[in-house]
Design a protein. Structure first.
Length: 164
C-alpha cells in the first residue's frame, strides 16, 4: 500500500474520496453519495434484524467458530475513526472471456448490423460466440471449447475456400 500508485490510505472518508478523484483526474466520486452509502451500511452492521444480504452473510459467517477465530477484522462501522485507516484501490478492469462474440451466420460469416454477411470476413472459435450458447450450449464447462474452436474453424475455412 505504501508504494503502489493505485492505493490510497487516509484517516477519513472526505480525504479518501478527494484523493481518489485526484488520482483519476476527475470528479467521478461524490463525497455526499459515498458517505450516505457507507453510513447506511454502518447502520445495518448494528441492526440485529438487518435484512441486508451482505450484512446477514457476514453475521452468519461469524457464527461459525472457524471464521470467528481466523478473520482478521471483526465486522465494524467503516466510518468510525477507531477502525481506520481507510483504504481505496483503483481497479483496472479487463475481460478474460466474453462468451459472446461476433454475430455470424451458419457459414461462419460475420454479419453487419443489418444481418448481411460481410464479404470475406469469417469468425471461428470463441469470437464466433459459441461459448455462450452455440455448439456446447449455455452450460459449457471451462476447457471444453477446443472442439468448438476446431469445428467452427474447419467450417469457416471450408466455406471460405469454396467461395474464392
Amino acid at each position: 500500500m505504501d508504494k503502489g500508485k493505485d492505493f490510497i490510505v487516509r484517516d477519513n472518508l472526505k480525504d479518501l474520496v478527494n484523493d481518489m478523484n485526484t488520482l483519476v483526474q476527475s470528479s467521478l466520486l461524490d463525497f455526499g453519495h459515498i458517505h450516505n452509502q457507507i453510513a447506511a451500511r454502518d447502520r445495518e452492521m448494528e441492526n440485529t434484524f438487518s435484512k441486508d444480504a451482505q450484512v446477514m452473510a457476514i453475521h452468519s459467517a461469524r457464527t461459525y467458530r472457524g471464521d470467528k477465530l481466523i478473520r482478521t477484522a471483526k465486522p465494524h462501522k467503516l466510518l468510525d475513526p477507531a477502525n481506520g485507516p481507510m483504504i481505496a484501490v483503483r481497479l483496472n478492469i479487463l475481460t478474460r472471456k466474453t462468451l459472446g462474440g461476433l454475430h455470424t451466420n451458419l457459414n461462419s460469416q460475420v454479419l453487419d448490423a443489418s444481418g448481411e454477411a460481410i464479404p470475406g470476413l469469417y469468425a471461428a472459435g470463441e469470437v464466433a460466440g459459441f461459448g455462450g450458447g452455440g455448439y456446447h450450449g449455455y452450460n459449457a464447462l471451462e476447457g471444453t471449447f477446443l472442439g468448438g474452436c476446431i469445428f467452427s474453424g474447419r467450417h469457416a475455412g471450408r466455406h471460405a475456400a469454396s467461395n474464392v
